[in-house]
Design a binder for this molecule. Sequence first.
Ligand code: SF4
Ligand code: SF4
Length: 398
Amino acid sequence: MIGMNEKFADIHYSLDRCEKCGKCISQCPVLKIPEGKAKEFMEQLSQGIWVAEVLERCTGCMSCDAICPNDAGPYGLLLRHYEERYRKSGIPQVFLNATPVRNGPNIWRTTRRFFSEDEKRNVVAWSKIPVNDEVLFLGCNQRLDPFIADSPIFDGIEIFTDPRECCGEPYMRLGLLDEARKRARSLSLRFKQAGIKKVITFCPACQNMMQNLSPEILGVSYDVEVTGAVDWLSSRIENQEMGNSLRGKTVTIQDPCHATGLGEETVIKVREILKKAGLNIIEMETHGTRAECCGLSAAVSRYRLSDVIGTGLKRAKQAELTGADLTCAWCNGCYITLNMFRLAYPFTPPIFHLVEILELAGGMTSKRRMPARAAQLLAAASGSLFLDGFRFRKVHLE
Ligand code: SF4
Ligand code: SF4
């Protein structure tokens, strides 16, 4: 047990606002803990007690933050427990393959060999110091599929990325809060050094980190104006005529965990964009700010691949049950993960990124390289695990 009051006071979870009503975990789409037990568990969690029924089943969808009537940020409480676990016993070494800024092998390094020539050229060009003070920023996720940002939709906007930088999100999810803080500080400084004043974030995770989670959980503020890709795309297409290529088709939507922090306004904008593209929306059982995880963040609770597979398959089946023609992902992480699952479970409606849907609706040619990249990513993930020796012993970040 840890001394909660001093240790947990500095994070997003607010002890002051939490009434231990238990709604967050009783209405959680995954845990569904009975009300009486939920109150008891929240009391224990806020006292620093490890409650396995919550912490080892949570899939990290962050819906609890949207459920809490007092805006107490219960997901931050869970993260703080994961941080404590990391401090005490580290993380399995194989998980270091999922940390984007690392000297050793990781999935980013082993994926590069699959890049097409244009992707290689683009990453080099986008890594240069930008000429303008407004950029489309690509985080670590888009460095796994750089083709996704090489779209006429972004004509006229300078693209910037830096393979040595990351907003800190993957580290924060693993409970490595000190490392996440270090990454956020480094990226914020990089923007400053590069003279960047306005950032359009391709990834909703970067947006939520820069606008909400970095200042609230990590205590790092960005000295730049941040606009999410959904807001930017929404105004970009405002006066644009769409073609008929998708008209009348149906789509279901994979809302990411970061939708919770970005709020209903962003969730609604995604739907307005899809309707403008001519699509009819069929919602999954859980959606919007209460959507379930694509599978990616489910690894953290027990470090088990079976949790990732179970969570991803559940989501894939929810998409299948809608009977929609397409699945739209507006988070590149969800887009990659669901496409990887689709290799094994082909019943999910084909997964398109929102950008690809706009390309098709606007009569542009879409590269649509993802199904192949999903297979390459699986190979890259296995490759980096082999290079790392499949070490499950627990380590701390060097
Ligand atoms: S975090 Fe919010 S929903 Fe959860 S117990 Fe506290 S007040 Fe209730
Ligand atoms: S993050 Fe998701 S799965 Fe975890 S407790 Fe919150 S709502 Fe439940």
